[in-house]
Design a binder for this molecule. Structure first.
Ligand SMILES: Cc1cc2nc3c(=O)[nH]c(=O)nc-3n(C[C@H](O)[C@H](O)[C@H](O)COP(=O)(O)OP(=O)(O)OC[C@H]3O[C@@H](n4cnc5c(N)ncnc54)[C@H](O)[C@@H]3O)c2cc1C
Length: 505
């Protein structure tokens, strides 16, 4: 093993939404920072998903490794091991959690837990996160929107003209569609914003920041008393390395962060590092995601950004007062990496339009995502069996999600029956499909934060309850799983952690 002779101030493991943001925030302040990222820089060609034949080439966005599902069968997770992590293929919709999302929030099947942080605690970091990721949006349209100091700095992006007509059709049904806030770079070759562009790239201009790609962190080593991380072991281009630092920040995502901790078990931490509470890897959550297709009256390009959101059922509907979830336009079916994981939906459309090829079917579709929260459950977990990554996962809160799906289909039918709406057609059915287990991009909760060391892994700053120099920055720390995307909150928490670390140096 090669022992690196430098002692860093911070080692950041992973360069996705959390890690990329953190290193960007720490750069330029005189700290010696090392970033260890298992992936490499993606080629520009692969980065611009609008130019990739996603339905046919989705393997590009899967690592080589296999994880194992509840039935013991291997599956190929959709997760991006690259500089920028999953932000390289995300939809770039960056939304704030609503005040009530910080809980405790009663759902149909139980109470979604309290974050012990309020919206007000995160609001300043949401402001910073939106500015950093150049979020283009419009405030004051979505009735569920939480309070904010000012409108977005960047105006919303123009949408495909047919979508504006669809929006008016939805408004005639009493809906309140709003422009989804999008991270946008204005770089033609890779237009959506990501953590490499807004975090890592500016950071490595600082000579104090070192980046090692193709660096798979295997385990952390602790001092003899077991209260401090002393070394980070990584395999770089087939060679084992050991790195040392004052602080260690795990930002390897909600599956790999617990995996690193579990693999790092030793005599003083027999269940895995930082796992006295036995919560490392548990409470795995990801929002229930169902794609719903509508028949377009005319072909569209199938390649455009996500556009509108609808939160009219976020807190319930006319019959129930528990949260149902969020509706989001999928964007062009041909450039939605999540949709590419659910091809069976298109085969349902094929029945409506025989003799159409895959691309033609896609371009005749208008796609929506219905997204609903799930509750943390200790049995839903990631764990290691030998070197295999095992996932036990059964979604809960399903009835609320079904209700959201049916509510939305009712709404779509009403829009289609409206003689003033010409851009969609009445169809005998609305093909739909749930995202499979392989859709892991929104995973969270596997190292949850809280003030009680008996029930959580890190404290409210993200510091391990057991190892004073170990922090977790990524989506693992979420105590609950909001119906909207996890991205902006992950970035905001990371900015908050960067500020905390400044006070610790
Ligand atoms: C297709 C898709 C669409 C999405 N769309 C949206 C959206 O529109 N809006 C939204 O809010 N969210 C979206 N998400 C979710 C969003 O991408 C995640 O919430 C966010 O990226 C989580 O950030 P993270 O830092 O926890 O993990 P990641 O961004 O996944 O970063 C983890 C990083 O750690 C690296 N890593 C892992 N293991 C190791 C190791 N052992 N050693 C070194 N490095 C390691 C990985 O390579 C990666 O770079 C989407 C996700 C996907 C996959």
């Amino acid at each position: 093993m090669i022992i690196d002779d430098q002692i860093y101030d911070v080692i950041v493991i992973g360069s996705g939404a959390a890690g990329g943001t953190l290193v960007g925030a720490l750069a330029g302040k005189g700290h010696r920072v090392l970033v260890l990222e298992r992936g490499r820089q993606m080629s520009l060609q692969d980065q611009n998903v609008a130019d990739v034949a996603l339905l046919r080439m989705k393997e590009r966005f899967h690592p080589q490794e296999r994880w194992f599902g509840p039935d013991g069968d291997p599956f190929a997770p959709q997760t991006m091991y690259a500089l920028g992590g999953n932000t390289k293929i995300w939809g770039a919709v960056l939304e704030r959690m609503r005040e009530k999302d910080f809980g405790p929030l009663p759902l149909q099947e139980g109470v979604s837990p309290d974050w012990e942080l309020s919206y007000g605690d995160l609001a300043p970091y949401y402001d910073q996160a939106e500015a950093l990721f150049r979020v283009h949006g419009r405030a004051g349209v979505d009735p569920t929107e939480p309070p904010r100091q000012r409108d977005y700095e960047y105006e919303t992006r123009p949408v495909e003209p047919f979508l504006n007509e669809l929006r008016s059709g939805l408004e005639r049904q009493g809906c309140n569609p709003y422009e989804l806030p999008l991270s946008w770079s204005d770089n033609h070759e890779d237009p959506s914003g990501d953590a490499e562009l807004f975090g890592v790239a500016p950071a490595i201009a600082d000579q104090q920041v070192q980046l090692r790609t193709n660096a798979v962190v295997r385990r952390l080593h602790v001092n003899p008393s077991g209260i401090e991380v002393r070394g980070v072991e990584a395999c770089i281009d087939g060679q084992d390395w050991l790195f040392q630092s004052q602080f260690i920040v795990l930002a390897a995502g909600a599956i790999n962060t617990p995996v690193i901790l579990l693999r790092s078990g030793n005599q003083s931490h027999p269940r895995g590092l930082a796992n006295g509470s036995d919560q490392v890897g548990r409470n795995l959550m990801k929002p229930q995601l169902t794609s719903i297709l509508q028949l377009a009256a005319a072909a569209n390009s199938g390649r455009y950004q996500r556009s509108f959101g609808v939160n009219d059922y976020y807190w319930g509907d006319k019959n129930v007062s528990f949260p149902l979830g969020h509706i989001q336009s999928c964007g062009g079916v041909l450039q939605d990496a999540l949709f590419a994981e659910s091809p069976p939906v298109l085969s349902l459309v094929a029945k409506l339009m025989p003799n159409f090829g895959l691309e033609e079917l896609a371009s005749r579709s208008v796609a929506w995502w219905a997204m609903s929260e799930v509750l943390p459950d200790a049995h839903n977990k990631v764990y290691l069996q030998g070197e295999q990554i095992r996932i036990n996962y059964i979604a809960n809160n399903r009835e609320a999600h079904d209700r959201l799906v049916y509510r939305w289909i009712d709404t779509l039918q009403a829009v289609e029956a409206d003689p003033l709406t010409h851009v969609v057609r009445t169809a005998p059915t609305h093909p739909r499909g749930e995202a499979p287990l392989s859709v892991m991009g929104y995973a969270c909760g596997t190292c949850r934060m809280g003030s009680n060391p008996a029930t959580s892994v890190v404290d409210l700053q993200g510091r391990s309850h057991e190892l004073h120099n170990l922090y977790i920055a990524d989506a693992s720390v979420f105590p609950s799983c909001p119906s909207i995307g996890t991205g902006l909150t992950t970035i905001a928490l990371s900015l908050r952690l960067a500020q905390h670390l400044e006070s610790e140096f």
